[in-house]
Design a protein around this ligand. Structure first.
Ligand SMILES: Cc1cc2nc3c(=O)[nH]c(=O)nc-3n(C[C@H](O)[C@H](O)[C@H](O)COP(=O)(O)OP(=O)(O)OC[C@H]3O[C@@H](n4cnc5c(N)ncnc54)[C@H](O)[C@@H]3O)c2cc1C
Length: 286
């Protein structure tokens, strides 16, 4: 359905918008193709919206959600540069951003290769890999508040910490990243990072990446493995035999299956190591 707010889909199943392939319908899924459309959408309802990036860190209930869901598209996925500063729409996916960096011979973002997120989701989660965090590159973001007000926020005000960025309810629309000119082709580095991921993580089945944050004592995957939980299955959900911190969907997994495995992991790891694992995955359960 087209409207002043852009395209809206009613009762749209969300599973296919997530990398885990789980999730019931969104009562109203808005596609905002420009800042103007986004501002209109945000001012049109009272409830706090949910923002859907590339859905690679989401565990969505089979019942779906009645809250409005917003996805960025169109202009919100464009990328440009001025010198060493990239200005990218928050809806752009990391592979597209890396292709831009290759074409413009810009280096810095290669450690993130293989993360299937959008730039907005990566900033919100302060995604990290190989000792680098997205916050190492962000200089400024543009965002719209819940009431539709446009704001330009310098990185210093975002209070970046591990998997945390101080933005509550605001929609990130554009991000400025500071990178460097590459003195050689960065393709080889990207390939090496992706190959390492393919060796150490489970890319055979849909997943949402690591389910738990790493506690300070040891990687969550190691603790889960030492509890002998690799290979534990419930319905179509499986604790990956390749990487114990991944729960994969081998086919037809439901929210309750993943929730069950998460509870088992938390209980067993606590009983054995007295460590309370914290979830990294973002749940939409209402
Ligand atoms: C195979 C695999 C490997 C992964 N490896 C890594 C890794 O190495 N490191 C890592 O950190 N993560 C990793 N992840 C997890 C995930 O890719 C990241 O957390 C990513 O940053 C999520 O981005 P997204 O666009 O998919 O966000 P979503 O999953 O769509 O959303 C995540 C959160 O961000 C919010 N959000 C999304 N877009 C916006 C926006 N524009 N404005 C405001 N809020 C927004 C959502 O509302 C939600 O709260 C991996 C996932 C998979 C499936």
């Amino acid at each position: 359905m087209n409207s002043d707010y852009g395209t809206i889909l009613l009762d749209e199943p969300l599973a296919s918008y997530t990398t885990l392939k789980i999730g019931g319908p969104s009562a109203r899924l808005f596609f905002a193709a420009s800042e103007e459309e986004l501002s209109k959408i945000l001012t049109s309802f009272r409830e706090e919206p949910l923002i859907l990036g590339a859905g690679s860190n989401l565990l969505i209930s089979d019942r779906g959600t009645h809250r409005p869901v917003i996805k960025l598209t169109g202009h919100m996925r464009t990328v440009s540069r001025q010198g060493n500063i990239i200005s990218a729409g928050a809806g752009v996916r990391l592979p597209e951003l890396l292709r831009f960096c290759i074409a413009h011979r810009l280096t810095g973002l290669e450690p993130f290769a293989g993360i299937p997120g959008s730039l907005g989701g990566m900033v919100k989660m302060n995604a990290s890999a190989h000792g680098c965090a997205v916050s190492d590159y962000v200089t400024q973001i543009e965002a719209f508040t819940r009431r539709g007000r446009h704001e330009v926020i310098p990185a210093e005000r975002l209070d970046f910490r591990r998997r945390h960025c101080a933005l509550s309810g605001a929609v990130i629309t554009r991000v400025k990243l500071c990178v460097r000119p590459a003195n050689k082709d960065i393709r080889g580095r990207i390939r090496a990072v992706v190959q390492r991921r393919l060796r150490t993580q489970d890319y055979r089945y849909p997943s949402c990446g690591c389910v738990f944050r790493n506690p300070s004592t040891a990687p969550a995957g190691k603790l889960i493995d030492e509890c002998g939980l690799k290979g534990l299955r419930r319905g179509g959900a499986l604790i990956s035999p390749v990487h114990a911190n991944f729960i994969v969907n081998t086919g037809g997994a439901r929210y309750a299956d993943v929730d069950f495995l998460i509870s088992q992991i938390r209980r067993k790891v606590y009983d054995r190591f007295r460590v309370r694992l914290k979830e990294e995955v973002t749940r939409w359960s209402s």
